[in-house]
Design a protein around this ligand. Structure first.
Ligand code: SAM
Length: 460
C-alpha cells in the first residue's frame, strides 16, 4: 500500500470518468501488491521453475508466484527474459493481428529501457530490422545494454530527438510511440508518480505528445501501422491524442479482436464519421498496470520512402570490413554465410545483409549507439571476442565452453577473480544452464574475467 495519497484532482476526474463504484475498485486494486511478470526470450530457451500463470494475451508472458531476486539470477543477466508488466505485452497480440511483411523495418521511437523494443525484436526475429531510439543519453545506454543482452542482432540503437527523423517520412512498416506520459497507470508500481501528478502536468504531457506525434505520424509508409500507447488513464493523453493524430494525418482505424474474459476495455471514438478504437487496461479489471493503446493504419496510397544505396558507403566512424577478415569471421568463427561486417574503431560488427541498404541509409540521419552484434577485434593472428558476441544468439565457433554452477556464475557476474576447476586454457565461453554469460581467459597461472565492468552486479 502506498503512503502517498491519490491526488485530489485525480480522484475527482476519475470519479467523473469511471463512476464512484468503479473508481473505488480501482483504488482498492492500486493499494494491492503488484503481480510481477516476465516475458521470455524465445531465442534463448530455458525453463525456469518459478514461472507461474500465463499472461492471457501473450505467448511468452508469465506471472511469477513470488518475486525472486532478479539480480541474483544469472539467466536474467543472460537476457533469457525481461521483467515487464503484463498489460504492455498486449503489443504481441496486436502484432499478430495486423498484416506485416516478414522482413519488416520497425521503429520504436521512445524505447528506453527497452521493454517494448525487446518484444518487437523477438517478433521480428532473424528476418526483420528494428530501430530502437531514445532521446535521453543515460536512458539510451540502458536501452543499448538490454538490446545487447536480448542478443538477436536485429536492432539499431539510436539516440535522437523525434525531430531528427524528419528525412525519414514514409520509411517504416511500423512505428511504435510509447509516449512519455503522466503515468497514472503506474500509481501502484511507482508511488512517486502520485507525488508528481497534477492537472498542469497532464496538460504539459499532452502538449509534448502532440509534438512527438506531429513528427512520428509521418514516418509510417503506405500500408504500414502506427501504434500509440501510454501508461495513463486520462483522455487528454489517450483518445484526444488519437483524434489529434487523425486530424494531422490520414490514418485508417484498426480493430483488434479481444477475448471479453481478458477484462480489456475497447473504447470507440467517432472521427470524421468513422469509428476508431482504443484499448484500455485497468488494474481492477485485469492482472496488469494501467495502459492504453491505439492502432492505426496508413492508407496504401500514402508516400513511401525507399532507402537509396550509395555506391560507396562513407561514414565518419563506421567502416566496411575487408574480404579477408570477413572470410575468417564466417569460416573460422562461425558467423552466418549471409553476413555484412562493419568496423567501428577496429571492432567488427555483424549485420544482416538484407538490411545493409536500410542501415547505411539510416546512418545518414541518426546518431548511432549500437547495431547488429559487436563481435570483437583482430589482433595480429588472434581474434579478441567481445562480450556482446558472447551473449548474442550467434554461434561462437572455435571457442571452448565451460559450464558454471550458480555460485560461480554469480561470482563471474560480480567480476570477481574466479578459477573454476577444470577450466580449459585460452578464451572460454562460460555458460549457466547452457546459456552463455560471457568470456573468461585462462592464461595458466591466472584467469581474466571479461564481464563488462559497468554491468557487474554488486549485490551479495
Ligand atoms: N517503451 C519503453 C519500454 O517499454 O521500456 C518505455 C518508454 S517511456 C514510457 C517513454 C520514453 O520517452 C522515456 O524513455 C523518455 O525518456 C522518452 N522521452 C522523453 N521525452 C521525449 C521526447 N520529447 N520525445 C521522445 N521521447 C521522449
Amino acid at each position: 500500500m502506498s503512503d502517498i495519497k491519490l491526488p485530489e484532482a485525480f480522484t475527482k476526474r476519475m470519479i467523473n470518468f469511471l463512476g464512484e463504484e468503479d473508481f473505488q475498485k480501482l483504488v482498492d486494486a492500486l493499494d494491492k501488491e503488484q503481480n510481477t511478470s516476465i516475458r521470455l526470450n524465445p531465442y534463448k530457451s530455458f525453463n525456469p521453475d518459478w514461472k507461474g500463470q500465463k499472461v492471457l494475451w501473450s505467448k511468452y508472458g508469465y506471472f511469477l508466484n513470488e518475486r525472486p531476486s532478479f539480480t541474483l539470477d544469472p539467466l536474467f543477466h543472460a537476457g533469457c527474459y525481461y521483467v515487464q508488466e503484463a498489460s504492455s505485452m498486449f503489443i504481441e497480440h496486436v502484432l499478430e493481428h495486423i498484416e506485416l511483411p516478414e522482413d519488416g523495418v520497425f521503429l520504436d521511437l521512445s524505447a528506453a529501457p527497452g521493454g517494448k523494443s525487446t518484444l518487437l525484436s523477438s517478433f521480428l526475429g532473424k528476418n526483420g530490422f528494428l530501430v530502437a531510439n531514445e532521446v535521453i543519453k543515460s536512458r539510451a545506454n540502458i536501452l543499448k545494454e538490454n538490446i545487447i543482452k536480448w542478443g538477436l542482432g536485429n536492432t539499431l540503437v539510436t539516440q535522437n530527438d523525434p525531430e531528427h527523423f524528419s528525412g525519414l517520412e514514409g520509411f517504416f512498416d511500423l512505428v511504435l510511440v510509447d509516449a512519455p506520459c503522466s503515468g497514472e497507470g503506474m500509481f501502484r508500481k511507482d508511488p512517486d508518480a502520485r507525488a508528481e501528478w497534477s492537472p498542469e502536468h497532464v496538460s504539459l504531457c499532452a502538449l509534448r505528445q502532440e509534438r512527438i506525434m506531429d513528427k512520428a505520424g509521418g514516418l509510417v509508409k503506405g500500408g504500414g501501422y502506427l501504434l500509440y500507447s501510454t501508461c495513463t488513464f486520462n483522455t487528454e493523453e489517450n483518445e484526444d491524442m488519437l483524434k489529434f493524430i487523425c486530424t494531422e494525418f490520414a490514418y485508417e482505424p484498426v480493430r483488434i479482436p479481444i477475448d471479453p474474459a481478458w477484462g480489456i476495455i475497447e473504447t470507440e471514438l467517432e472521427i470524421e464519421g468513422n469509428p476508431y478504437f482504443g484499448y484500455r487496461f485497468y488494474p481492477h479489471l485485469l492482472e496488469g498496470e494501467g495502459f492504453f493503446i491505439t492502432i492505426l493504419k496508413r492508407p496504401k496510397n500514402a508516400t513511401s520512402l525507399e532507402s537509396k544505396k550509395a555506391k560507396d558507403f562513407k561514414h565518419p566512424f563506421i567502416k566496411s570490413v575487408g574480404k579477408q577478415e570477413s572470410k575468417i569471421l564466417i569460416e573460422q568463427l562461425g558467423l552466418p554465410q549471409e553476413s555484412t561486417f562493419y568496423s567501428v574503431q577496429e571492432s567488427c560488427f555483424w549485420l544482416n545483409p538484407s538490411f545493409q541498404k536500410v542501415f547505411e541509409y539510416l546512418t545518414l540521419f541518426l546518431n548511432i549507439k549500437y547495431f547488429g552484434v559487436e563481435l570483437g577485434k583482430f589482433n595480429k593472428n588472434q581474434f579478441i571476442p567481445n562480450h556482446e558476441w558472447a551473449v548474442s544468439t550467434f554461434e561462437k565457433k572455435g571457442f571452448k565452453n565451460f559450464e558454471l554452477d550458480k555460485e560461480q556464475a554469480l561470482s563471474y557476474l560480480r567480476k570477481d577473480d574466479i578459477m573454476p576447476d577444470g577450466l580449459p586454457e585460452g578464451w572460454v565461453l562460460v555458460t549457466y544452464l547452457g546459456i552463455p554469460l560471457g568470456w573468461l581467459k585462462n592464461l595458466g597461472n591466472r584467469v581474466n574475467n571479461y564481464y563488462p565492468k559497468d554491468w557487474r552486479i554488486r549485490k551479495k
